[in-house]
Design a protein around this ligand. Structure first.
Ligand SMILES: [Mg+2]
Length: 325
């Protein structure tokens, strides 16, 4: 029987391994239709190519619960281009943590600002000082969001309500805007003193995407996006930039709403289904899923791969260069 099976392609990407599938073989019986065979950690599944029919209940649940949806896997296998489905015509990249190593700079600035605020507040209320957690609090309440949304989100998590204030508030004002402005001053100071590094793997990937004729956009909540891109020396790699300034001008909601990514796809003249989102933030991959984008790549820099998948990533990598292999 095996002699009747023609193996047309083998796929053993780390993308497959992550959900327990060890490899995938696309096979075709002589004169018959194509089938997809997944070698999973808990057994072997064979299903009709492109339909997923033939999966046992256990395996179907396994596939549905992870990125490894049969149809998406088939598209990925068939494309072979930059690890993306064949239908993708544009790439939408988050900035901090995906292209540049500024996520840590931002987390540091948020911690410095919030800890000073929380320490003062603890002294006034005589309650214990609980510092800002630059991993857990940053990932859950801050990362990927517009600055003032981040302030509001974290304060709410601590049961703290402050006056909104205005964007023109000085950095020492005890308002949502004042705290946000203080954080921004700290970030600019850190960028000036430490500079900005781009991830080598990301730069190679963005160049490869350009060589492949894909549109490229930067989509970031940061109002400092242009400065950061120029400091990292990669500003000329992108046709479109949707940043915190554009978001404010066009009244675009911040992530996890998909507005800024949708604006980037529109500017590149592609449908959301033809665009891939690259994000390291939970709110960012959630925006990718909410917007109906063709593919969502989660970039795991801090060891939260499972959370990225749960929030909507189709695939999770630690470095974009993995998609070039
Ligand atoms: Mg980010």
């Amino acid at each position: 029987m095996e002699n009747d099976v023609v193996t047309t392609r083998e796929h053993t990407s780390p993308r497959v391994d992550r959900c327990g599938c060890k490899s995938a073989l696309r096979t075709r019986r002589k004169g018959g239709r194509q089938r997809l065979r997944l070698h999973c950690a808990d057994g072997t599944l064979t299903s009709d190519a492109g339909t997923g029919r033939g999966a046992t209940h256990r395996h179907r649940r396994h596939l549905t619960a992870s990125w490894c949806d049969t149809n998406k896997l088939m598209r990925s296998i068939e494309s072979g281009r930059l690890g993306l489905p064949r239908t993708i015509r544009a790439c939408l990249f988050d900035l901090d943590g995906v292209l540049t190593r500024t996520a840590r700079v931002h987390a540091t600035a948020w911690k410095e600002m919030f800890d000073a605020f929380l320490r003062d507040r603890a002294a006034q209320t005589e309650e214990p000082f609980v510092p800002f957690d630059p991993v857990a609090d940053y990932g859950e309440y801050i990362d990927g969001k517009l600055r003032y949304d981040g302030v509001r989100s974290f304060l709410t998590s601590r049961g703290i309500e402050l006056p909104e204030g205005a964007a023109t508030d000085p950095p020492d004002a005890t308002t949502v805007h004042g705290l946000g402005n203080q954080k921004n001053e700290l970030v600019l100071s850190l960028i000036r003193t430490r500079g900005v590094d781009a991830y080598d793997g990301s730069v190679r990937y963005v160049r490869a995407a350009g060589d492949a004729g894909l549109g490229r956009a930067v989509v970031s909540a940061s109002a400092n996006t242009r400065d950061v891109l120029e400091a990292a020396g990669i500003a000329d790699l992108f046709e479109v930039r949707i940043d915190g300034i554009v978001a404010a001008e066009q009244h675009l909601r911040g992530k996890p709403a998909p507005d800024t990514f949708l604006a980037a796809a529109k500017a590149l003249e592609v449908d959301a289904s033809e665009a891939a989102v690259f994000e390291d933030a939970l709110a960012g991959v959630a925006a990718g899923q909410a917007g109906g984008f063709g593919f969502v790549v989660g970039v795991d820099r801090v060891g939260h791969a499972e959370a990225l998948r749960e929030h909507g990533a189709d695939v999770v990598v630690q470095d974009l260069a993995e998609l070039l292999e």
